[in-house]
Write a protein that binds this ligand. Structure first.
Ligand SMILES: Nc1nc2c(c(=O)[nH]1)N[C@H]1C(S)=C(S)[C@@H](COP(=O)(O)OP(=O)(O)OC[C@H]3O[C@@H](n4cnc5c(=O)[nH]c(N)nc54)[C@H](O)[C@@H]3O)O[C@H]1N2
Ligand SMILES: Nc1nc2c(c(=O)[nH]1)N[C@H]1C(S)=C(S)[C@@H](COP(=O)(O)OP(=O)(O)OC[C@H]3O[C@@H](n4cnc5c(=O)[nH]c(N)nc54)[C@H](O)[C@@H]3O)O[C@H]1N2
Ligand code: SF4
Ligand SMILES: [Mo]
Length: 683
């Protein structure tokens, strides 16, 4: 096989590396050794040649003049962004000699990695990196910033991250997009719903913000933030009451349906309307629509689970398809995430057996407290695949932690991010197009391979290469820290515990680029819950001190301020990725704060004016977008924007670092704020 990297010109298959459920097949066009165009791979069975604008313009990012080309060491104050060029030898020597001293003086738990999925490639995010930090004995990170609360909640009901095969949703007649901004965050689910719509399917969107997805819906249902569990329980009340349940399915495949039937009596439509703000007649209408339409499908998003009660909320919503027996219907059911479908051999890839013994763990959502308060302290942090100064909650606390003179920070990234500006050593990272890796979608059922299309940019290196170098310089002899990229992929794919991926081998991936898992329908079958059935009543939850039946719990008390603040992602960035690329910033235009006209009027705020959003945690300056897109008492922003000179754009300055009810999850959307008109003279 002649590899793409050695051909100066041509079109090469590839896969999108970003943290996005669609995981598109790509075609990368190369001329004279450079990428000139990126488009969708029309042969990919799910994504079928369509890709988002962000990645269509990815070339701007790959060749952005601001991209890091060589290692650097800090010369100015932390956060000032002043650095000078050093060699890789000096960088690796500086890091490892610092770490050897730290370990000798304070033990290996004084060092902590911080990472997420800036690149979803598995050998670079859950492979050589994990092996290295396990062998080092570093403090472990709890990877809870994204979907942890909801995943735990969903698993109490369904046993694991398993749901409908999205390809089947072309048959669906009713789509409920529940707390998901599908148009921006899962565009191929929209494409599939559009196909179904041609056959008469209806699209309902339940959200706190009438954004692009709400505008696309046949019926948009606005709801008060953090109250979705109450709505789901109200629907169950009516489904039982009006005998729209599939009792044969409940009998055969669930436990606790009689307890649930009794339990939901208290959630009558009037009570539920009082909690959720959804009118009583709409609750009836939705329940009857759901009870009488088949196949029906619920796409459960991340919105409702980024709240204090997020785990229980997703646990509750995920009971609905069982009541109507939709799991047996082609195109029916739900997807919260399909992350458990393609599980590879995690033990073989991450090698937790390299750990020296029990080491402490830090929840990544409480990075600020960890850096400022942990005892014994974190003395060194190694950041890769993530930009915590922007994406982590309570970012003023995070940045204060990063300012610590005695914290030795290394950041490996493609750009000098807000986080990298606080680093002692900055290392340049290759883009995914420069690496070998494999990718498993958490939505569709395909595993894909990436082989390098272009040469490494400047002196940049992949995560895997850097960890191999660090291991060598630390004097670690283990073979596990020397394995090649190909060996890592082979070890991961060899997973007898998951027969669905038995046909997905390294050879098959190299030959075909993407391979579908052989996934059996969930029913008839046995789930991974303790009973093997859908657990409407969960003893496992009871043992852990949760209510065993789905329940509505209100949000925690935050500050006594008038607005709930929902700072979600936006259309043209991917979390904070692209927020430092001019083209994408231009596409996104302004950073807005959506507020209800009544609230704006009460404060004398006009559409398009700058406003100050604040609470005791911090402040932010955004442009008011006044209208009826949000309910009174709610304000919504979109996007994790890069810092700009003179601008206060960091929405996570306002978000709480409280932990959700399950999974150690984040509570980005449960914070309260005040909003004031910002007079030009006061800034
Ligand atoms: N374009 C783009 N795509 C992305 C990303 C991106 O940044 N940009 N990020 C990627 C990542 S990492 C993730 S996790 C996913 C996230 O994508 P989604 O699953 O869509 O999650 P969010 O956009 O966080 O929130 C979804 C919706 O929930 C709403 N919401 C907030 N609180 C509530 C509530 O209490 N109830 C209800 N019903 N709705 C609520 C918000 O208004 C928002 O419209 O998208 C991925 N795809
Ligand atoms: N307010 C608010 N905050 C949020 C959210 C929200 O909805 N609202 N969403 C949360 C969610 S769901 C998530 S998933 C997190 C995401 O948070 P992060 O995972 O931190 O995501 P990004 O901001 O995309 O940052 C990824 C970084 O990795 C770098 N990178 C890309 N590829 C590589 C590589 O191969 N190697 C190395 N070393 N670096 C690489 C990119 O350049 C980028 O700087 O944010 C969370 N933060
Ligand atoms: S970001 Fe999502 S939609 Fe865009 S190309 Fe990547 S996988 Fe596809
Ligand atoms: Mo995420």
């Amino acid at each position: 096989m002649s590899s793409a990297i050695h051909q100066q010109t041509g079109v090469f298959p590839s896969v999108c590396s970003l943290d996005c459920p669609d995981q598109c097949g790509l075609l990368v066009h190369k001329e004279n050794g450079k990428i000139v165009k990126i488009e969708g791979d029309p042969s990919h069975p799910v994504t079928q040649g369509a890709i988002c604008n962000k990645v269509r313009n990815m070339g701007e990012r790959i060749y952005d003049a601001k991209r890091l080309q060589y290692p650097m060491k800090r010369t100015g104050k932390k956060g000032s962004g002043q650095f000078e060029r050093i060699t890789w030898e000096e960088a690796i020597e500086t890091i490892t000699s610092h770490w050897k001293k730290t370990i000798a003086e304070y033990g290996s738990e004084a060092i902590m990695p911080y990472s997420f999925y800036g690149n979803m490639g598995l050998i670079g995010t859950e492979g050589m990196d994990r092996r290295f930090f396990h062998r080092l004995g570093a403090t472990r990170l709890k990877y809870s910033i994204c979907s942890a609360a909801g995943s735990e909640g969903y698993s109490y009901t369904m046993g694991a991250g398993v749901g409908t095969d999205p390809e089947e949703t072309v048959h669906t007649k009713l789509f409920i997009m529940w707390g998901i901004n599908t148009v921006s965050t899962n565009m191929h689910q929209v494409v599939l719903a559009e196909k179904a719509r041609k056959n008469g399917a209806q699209v309902v969107v339940i959200d706190v913000h009438k954004n692009q997805t709400g505008r696309w819906a046949d019926w948009f249902i606005p709801i008060k933030p953090g109250t979705d569990a109450a709505l789901a329980l109200g629907l169950m009340h009516i489904l039982f009451d009006e005998k729209m349940t599939d009792d044969a399915f409940l009998q055969e495949y669930t436990v606790g349906h009689e307890e649930l039937r009794q339990h939901v009596r208290q959630y009558d439509p009037v009570t539920v309307s009082g909690i959720t703000g959804v009118p009583v007649e709409d609750i009836y209408k939705l329940a009857r629509m759901y009870g009488q339409t088949s196949p029906s499908f619920i796409r459960i998003g991340n919105g409702p689970q980024h709240h204090d009660n997020g785990g229980m909320c997703i646990r509750t919503i995920s009971c609905l398809p069982a009541l109507t027996g939709q799991w047996l219907v082609r195109g029916g059911g739900a997807i919260k995430g399909n992350g458990s479908v393609l599980v590879h051999n995690e033990f073989a890839l991450m090698r937790p057996d390299l750990l020296p013994g029990k080491v402490r763990q830090v929840n990544m959502n409480q990075l600020g407290s960890a850096l400022l308060e942990l005892d014994p302290p974190i003395r060194s942090m190694y950041v890769y695949n993530s930009n915590p100064a922007v994406v982590a909650p309570e970012s003023n606390k995070v940045r204060k932690g990063l300012e610590r003179e005695d914290l030795f920070t290394v950041v490996h990234d493609l750009f000098l991010t807000e986080t990298a500006k606080y680093a002692d050593i900055v290392l340049p990272a290759t883009s995914a197009f420069e690496n070998t890796d494999f990718y498993a979608s958490y939505w569709h059922h395909y595993i894909q391979i990436q082989q390098p299309v272009i040469e490494p940019y400047g002196e940049s290196k992949s995560n895997v290469d850097v960890f191999r170098l660090l291991a060598q310089a630390m004097g670690f002899e283990d073979q596990a820290l020397r394995d090649t990229d190909e060996e890592l992929i082979r070890q991961a794919l060899d997973n007898p515990a998951n027969p669905a991926i038995a046909g997905i081998t390294y050879e098959a991936l190299v030959e075909r680029q993407y391979v579908k898992a052989d996934v059996k329908p969930l029913f008839p079958g046995k789930l991974q819950t303790p009973s093997g059935k859908i657990e409407l009543y969960s003893q496992a939850m009871e043992k852990k001190g949760y209510p065993p039946l789905p329940t509505y719990t209100p949000l925690c008390e935050d500050e006594d301020l008038p607005f709930l603040f929902i700072p979600g992602p936006n259309h043209n960035f991917l979390n904070s990725t692209f927020s430092n690329n001019e083209k994408h910033v231009r596409m996104e235009k302004t950073q807005k704060l959506h507020m209800n006209a009544k609230d704006a009027e009460a404060r004398g705020i006009q559409n398009g004016e700058l406003v100050r959003v604040w609470n005791s945690r911090g402040e932010c300056e955004l442009t008011a977008s006044v209208g009826e897109d949000v309910l009174p008492g709610v304000v919504v922003s979109q996007g994790l924007w890069a810092d700009a000179p003179g601008g206060k754009r960091n929405v996570n300055a306002l978000t709480p670092d409280r932990i959700a009810d399950m999974g150690g999850g984040a509570t980005f959307f449960s914070g309260r704020v005040q909003v004031d008109k910002l007079l030009a003279s006061s800034s």
